[in-house]
Design a protein around this ligand. Sequence first.
Ligand code: MN
Length: 742
Amino acid sequence: MSVSELELERRQILKEYRSLLSVVRPGTELTDRKRIRKAFNFAMEAHKDHRRKSGEPYIYHPIAVAHVCVEEIGLGTTSVICSLLHDVVEDTDYTLSDITEYFGEEVSRIIDGLTKISDIFEQTDSLQAENFRKMLLTLSDDVRVILIKLADRLHNMRTLDALPARKQLKIANETLYLFAPLAHRLGFHAIKSELEDLALKYTDPDIYSSISRKIVESEEERNRFIEDFTKPIKKSLEEQGLNFKVLGRTKSISSIWGKMQKQEVPFEEVYDIFAIRIVIDAPEDREKADCWRAYSIVTDVYRPNPDRLRDWISTPKANGYESLHTTVMSRQGKWVEVQIRTRRMDDVAEKGYAAHWKYKESKTTESSIDKWLYRIREILKTSEKDALDFIDDFKLNLFSDEIFVFTPKGELRTLPVGSTALDFAYSIHSKVGDQCLGAKLNHKLVPLNHTLKSGDQIEIITSIKQKPKPDWLNYVTTARAKGKIKTSLKEERKKIAEDGKEKLERKLKQLKIENTHENIQKLLSYFKLPAPLDLYYDFAIDKLDIKDLKAYLSDNEKGGILSYLRNPFGKSRISNFEKEQIDPIRQKLKEKPDTLLIGDSMEALDYTLSPCCNPIPGDDVFGFVTINEGIKIHRNNCPNAVQLMSKFAYRIVKAKWYTGKSIAFLSGIKIKGIDDMGILNNLTSLISSEYNVNIRSINIDSNAGTFEGNVMLYVNDTQHLNNLIAKIKKIKGVKQVSRIGK
Ligand code: MN
């Protein structure tokens, strides 16, 4: 770079820095501003030789993270300093004690937390849920660590373009799995929506671009509708002397996509692509009254749907959200959602705490932030210790409503939607759950995994002989039941492990291996097991046997342990059994280092197409190395992909279709329409004779003049399938055709 280019770059950096200073809270004292300047200079110096993947100077990243912390999260001086320094210890030669020396204990503690979290995230082969638990433990020290991490992730997502595709997918999935729910939980609605949209852009680029294109294309029509719709409301609001703003708010791309999937309709048929938002300027003591006044005006003009009134003003959501929602019938016969709130409520809903201090007097200090941070910590602490339970738990609480069911004595119980008979048993008492043999629902016997509906009355049948089984984890949805079952299973496991311990000790003696703590640790690292209990248990159930121990001995003599540690897949729990299964696959993958080609002459490599999403050529896919079923191919947008990628990143292999051959792949389509005598005949003749596709199964249900059918058939690729879908749509009586499984 030439001198003038460098000078230009330097000026650009200073501009970014000044823009950061301009958003730092007004009234920040001079000493604080000086500390920020010091942190900026320090970070500049530390990162001076670094560039981001995009080529720009590294310092842009910490400045941007600090910017997010102030403007979008609402943090203060200390967090700005920590954001500026957040990657210094991890990426440069400066150490934590340098940070302590220059910036003191508090900053250094936060940087330490941030560095540790980064480490955890870098290790792609450890479980995400476990990482999350660690993250929460760190959190108990200082919640700012997690908020800065959230800002860091947001900026990384905004600049994800520069990374290679594989990393993009991993980071995007991690974001969906952890960071978006976290942002939601903490009430950062704008950040949550942005994270979800950005993630969708990488996990499902086609869907992302098609929906965003359609939003733009339909904008004009939508604006016209909104104007017509809001005109009479505005007039009445004005007559009442209210100060207000009326906006048409288009939903985020990911939430529109969510609705398309849930309602199984194309973009054009999602009725609530946008909502009308009325934002009122009201003094704090009149907020509630004015919102209801506006509500009364809206419902005078349009007829409301009584089932769709939500009052989050009288009882705000747990994350602080306040608003009044109603759905009314427009003159064009379409339902329209109307949200009514004050300006303060609107800001808080969009920006979380960042908006709060704007409304308090100017004397807001760090201490009011502390209070808020304390509340966040409380929100996060009220969850169970097990990380997975924590995530399940808060997903349950966020994304589902409740059902009301009754005990035989008529006692009311509330459970999340989707709860089963077994969940109900555990909600009564963990002992009732553990000994649950069956359930009677409204006096009829039902299986344990029967899904309950509001109003059901359930009687649980128990037996003292009954014990929880691992399967049961699939039968329940509540965090409580899952936790109890896991605890019981763990106890059972402990008992078995005790037997295994004795057995192992005898074997060690035979093999002349001393039963010392050190040797047990070596065995653990050799078999990639986390704790002695796991070793004993595996030994008790013959998952490890004497052969394995001998193998360990000979390997150990060659100093072989290290070679296992270097194995990129090695840090996971891999027993000998798994190793035998996975190693040959890995070996073959090495010979084809780039990408797994599917549809190629791959008999040697054991892969199958996963039935959960039935991928066909043309779909974006990845391979997942299973324990004993070889490689399974999933679509990138498979409902299970997020879980697989974020929890088992080390087992993901790149895959793409080899298109040289025409092989038939199983896929499914769903057809809806108006029932007609000839429809089945027309369908099958089109599919099999005209279009030459083999049908594997066809299921058609008709009900009150309409029908719904699922057809499983063999096609060559996505184009073949799409052509067929287009043809079927043209059959008289067919109203809707879509692919099954997303
Ligand atoms: Mn960073």
